[in-house]
Each structure stands twice: as C-alpha cells, then as structure tokens.
Design a binder for this molecule. Structure first.
Ligand SMILES: [Ca+2]
Ligand SMILES: [Ca+2]
Length: 82
C-alpha cells in the first residue's frame, strides 16, 4: 500500500520578529524582551541627556530622543534575538 505522506512543510509555526526594518531591537538591557525596564532606560537616557550610545538609538538616526522612546513602546512585549 502506497501511503503518500503529504505533510506540508509550512513555516507558519515560526514567530516572526516584528521589528520594523531599520530599527534596532529595543531590548536595551539585554534580558531578551522589550519591557518596562527598556522603556525606563531610554526615558532616563533622554531625561538626563546622557552621552550618545548606539544601543539606545533604536531608530538609528544619530540622536537619542523621544522618537526612540516611541520605538521602544511600539516594540513592547517583543522578544529579541541578539
Ligand atoms: Ca529588556
Ligand atoms: Ca534615534
């Protein structure tokens, strides 16, 4: 008896990372997930005018400002692979 295994090789089970193209993953504290700690770090960075550090520049425009904070919030809850 010929049993043809017609198992679809779907990649739909993979969870795509929703990081928009051109943006860094906003997991600035490196715990694997974008959460309140990351929002806080970026917010403090902006508030205290700390020196530029690339990992906080989520949208990679050369400055760390409220746009980066928004980018962190938009990625909230997302997992990052680094
Ligand atoms: Ca984090
Ligand atoms: Ca920026």
């Amino acid at each position: 008896m010929n049993t043809a295994t017609n198992t679809p090789t779907s990649t739909a089970t993979r969870t795509p990372t929703a990081t928009p193209a051109g943006l860094l993953c906003a997991d600035v504290n490196g715990d694997g997930r974008v959460n309140a700690g990351d929002v806080l770090r970026v917010a403090l960075r902006i508030f205290f005018h700390r020196p530029y550090e690339a990992r906080y520049d989520i949208n990679r425009d050369g400055v760390i400002n409220v746009a980066d904070l928004i980018a962190v919030i938009r990625q909230f809850g997302q997992r990052c692979r680094q």
